[in-house]
Design a binder for this molecule. Sequence first.
Ligand code: PNS
Length: 159
Amino acid sequence: MIAIYPGSFDPVTLGHIDIIERGAKLFERVIVAVLSNPSKQSLFTVDERMEQIKKCTQHIKNIKVDSFVGLTVEYAKIHQAGVLLRGLRVLSDFEKELQMAHTNKTLNQEIETVFLATTKEYSFLSSSIVKEIAHFGGSIDHLVSTNVAQDMYQKYQNQ
Ligand code: PNS
């Protein structure tokens, strides 16, 4: 079974990597799909985000990093994926995630959403938190991989 792990990944965090690693053990193939959403302002371009993910998932053999526009279920169908993989951190994630899962189910009955409980060390972690810490000059070395931390420091230095 092929699983799609869709997200913004702006930037990819150690919490995302944890889900990718564990998903890759459960599914034949995991496609990490970066949403390209021109109406949403992002820190990194889609190409930069894909490059960051590729660099920190080199040790995982059965994954592919890609980007998409439009509906996730349409992307999943094109790639013959039967599962949408998402991480669940805390209770506040649940409402949005359940809404997305139900919406996606109405759009395509054949595609299931599978949730993995985020490893508890990362249950507080989000891309927004990482950006906020980096913006104020704090250390993010324990929250993202080395290549992403370097990209972040460089980005904020140039701003
Ligand atoms: O990392 P994020 O921002 O929480 O990921 C959200 C994402 C990309 C999974 C979601 O916004 C999405 O699937 N967008 C594509 C548009 C779509 O399919 N919408 C219908 C489901 S709500």
